[in-house]
Design a protein. Structure first.
Length: 219
């Protein structure tokens, strides 16, 4: 524990800032706050530079993708209504365009997508295993491929994104422990807890929204 505390205390300012903003992003996203995206934008911009500077080029490229998705996610949450949304009227009968709401996609759809992602990850994992000196090429590739997709689900406010992140983070914890990256493993334990909170919070928000639209659901 002392080593972990020492690690975090002695983190370079740039990396510490990126890490704290990454945590802020996850917490704010779990609360459904639009401010999660500015936090994500700055955090991923810093990590893109940090990983590039130490020649972790794939991690740098992944964070560059997260950077773009932070902009897209902000636009979706702020401006894009869902297909099943209509304009809402406030108590003064003023009509306002509602923002994107939390949605849930059918299990059958997730199963089909997971099969496609598994095929893509297997092919990329095979390439990494046979053409690079990467450790855990299949597990590492699976977490990357599914993280790319899960990030898109967050931008669309799909409830099940948190279930993807719980599994991704649990696998990542194993990988980081195996590589003796214990402080990072601790960070991902925190991510798992926040993801579980995010799922419960978004599910409750979705149920409350449905009851406001149809009070009969309350009984």
């Amino acid at each position: 524990m002392q080593d972990i505390l020492s690690y975090f205390i002695n983190l370079p300012l740039l990396e510490l800032t990126a890490m704290l903003l990454a945590l802020a992003y996850v917490i704010l996203a779990a609360k459904g706050s639009l401010w999660c995206w500015p936090a994500a934008f700055i955090s991923t911009a810093l990590y893109t530079y940090i990983f590039y500077d130490v020649l972790l080029l794939m991690d740098s490229a992944l964070n560059a993708y997260y950077l773009v998705m932070a902009v897209y996610g902000y636009w979706c949450w702020q401006y894009k209504p869902t297909n099943n949304e209509s304009k809402c009227t406030d108590e003064n009968n003023n009509t306002n365009s509602s923002h994107i709401t939390i949605v849930s996609w059918q299990l059958s759809w997730h199963i089909k997508v997971c099969i496609v992602l598994a095929i893509i990850a297997s092919a990329l994992g095979y390439f990494m295993a046979n053409n690079t000196n990467a450790d855990f090429p299949y597990l590492d590739t699976f977490t990357t491929v599914y993280a790319v997709f899960a990030t898109y689900l967050v931008t669309q406010k799909v409830l099940e994104n948190w279930l993807y992140w719980i599994i991704i983070d649990l696998i990542s914890i194993y990988l980081y422990i195996e590589k003796s990256l214990f402080p990072t493993a601790v960070l991902f334990v925190i991510y798992v807890i926040i993801a579980a909170y995010g799922y419960v919070s978004w599910r409750n928000q979705r149920q409350n929204s449905a009851m406001r639209l149809d009070p009969a659901l309350e009984s």
